[in-house]
Unconditional design. Structure first.
Length: 69
């Protein structure tokens, strides 16, 4: 996973679709979903860590974009 789109596609494999209309809120919900998948042993530690890295990078980008507006 390297992008927001990759996160969405990964979650879709588990029947999870997140769209609240606010990208930061979406990222927060995605993080919660990845935590649940990891705690339920449906994904391994590498997938979980990679997802968290991408989520946090995307959230940082989004926050910077909002500051510019």
């Amino acid at each position: 996973m390297k992008s927001y789109y990759d996160l969405q596609q990964f979650l879709k494999r588990f029947g999870i679709i997140i769209y609240m209309g606010d990208r930061l809120v979406d990222l927060e919900l995605m993080e919660e979903e990845f935590k649940e998948l990891y705690q339920g042993k449906l994904i391994d530690v590498k997938e979980f860590q990679n997802a968290l890295i991408v989520i946090r990078q995307e959230a940082l980008k989004e926050k910077q974009l909002k500051k510019q507006k």
